[in-house]
Design a protein around this ligand. Structure first.
Ligand code: SF4
Length: 333
């Protein structure tokens, strides 16, 4: 049996899974992905983690715990900075250490540090460090990565045509193509915002996309807006946005609000998330000016589905009323 690398289906999985999978596969390594989040995984995470952690961090621990006896290595990079002069949440960069501290009996953790804050050159070092576990030749490691990157760029392009990253949730981590058909009717299009792991993990957001589709609304997400465009729009802020996820989330929201191509915004936020409180404030103000209804769904491990259903139903009802009567403006929050 060949060497196996475990990829927890949580946190940055939702941003980088296709890239990481191809990279390891190109090095001849088998990739094992934990299943979609479920009750067992959540319980494992809640038990392993300190109470103060936000929900996605607990979920991440659950996925690692699931994988610990199913792979020879688990890939948990320390993502300090993935863009020049930008940062990630401190909890992102603390992930490998938190996990090692909280979960016993782990296989070897590949915790390569990625810090591109000062320059992109550090990327090459991180790639070689991650590939070194399986391949001696630097040239072959870099080739494996840049080949994977080419495929990943195609995947990113595909998302801007409306294929949403739910597609990377195939049972075996396959990129099955679940298309989100974007129709021309802007009046029935809701933008779901939040960190990718809250928007695309359908267990923790209680199948929000499905619920909205049942109410006959289209769904659009930040990842469907071209990154370059989102980054352009975020420049209108008086201060530079130095959180990478903020560039993506706030920029995408601003562009869609200004283009008048959405009828409402639902922000999914983990209870206690400091970054979200900043992003939410910026987006809510902008939405208010443009008279676009905005609502916030806060999630933690105690969140009940009935509460989410009520809010989603009230929000979509309100959008329906607005379609009939333009002066009907949201008071929801
Ligand atoms: S950005 Fe927010 S939700 Fe994400 S890990 Fe940090 S605190 Fe948790």
């Amino acid at each position: 049996m060949g060497t196996k690398v475990g990829l927890p289906r949580a946190m940055f999985y939702y941003d980088y899974f296709p890239l990481w999978k191809s990279f390891f596969n190109n090095l001849g390594v088998e990739v094992v992905v934990s299943p979609k989040t479920n009750k067992d995984i959540l319980n494992r995470g809640v038990n392993a983690c300190v109470d103060e952690s936000c929900l996605p961090i607990k979920v991440f621990h659950g996925h690692v715990d699931y994988l610990k006896d199913k792979a020879d290595y688990i890939f948990i990079p320390k993502l300090i900075s993935i863009y020049k002069k930008e940062y990630n949440c401190p909890k992102h960069l603390g992930l490998p250490d938190m996990v090692k501290h909280s979960i016993k009996g782990l296989p070897k953790i590949i915790d390569t540090e990625v810090n591109l804050k000062k320059s992109d050159r550090a990327l090459k070092k991180a790639i070689i460090e991650s590939g070194r576990y399986f391949e001696k030749s630097n040239r072959r490691i870099l080739k494996a990565f840049y080949d994977a990157l080419k495929q990943y760029e195609d995947y990113l392009k595909m998302m801007t045509t409306g294929a949403i990253p739910l597609s990377i949730q195939g049972e075996n981590g396959d990129m099955d193509t679940m298309k989100n058909i974007i129709k021309k009717d802007n009046n029935r299009r809701i933008l779901i915002l939040g960190h990718s792991y809250n928007v695309y993990d359908q267990y923790i957001n209680m199948e929000l996309v499905k619920k909205l589709r049942n109410f006959k609304f289209d769904v659009i997400t930040a990842e469907m807006v071209e990154e370059k465009k989102a980054r352009e729009y975020v420049k209108e802020l008086p201060k530079r946005m130095f959180w990478t996820h903020g560039q993506r989330i706030v920029g995408a929201a601003y562009s869609l609000i200004e283009e008048e191509s959405i009828s409402g915004i639902i922000y999914v936020s983990a209870f206690g998330c400091g970054l979200d409180s900043v992003f939410i404030d910026l987006i809510e103000r902008k939405a208010k000016k443009a008279k676009i209804p905005f609502t916030l769904l806060t999630i933690d491990e105690q969140t009940g589905e009935a509460g989410i259903n009520t809010r989603v139903e009230a929000f979509t009802d309100m959008l329906d009323w607005r379609l009939k009567d333009e002066s009907n403006i949201s008071t929801l929050r």
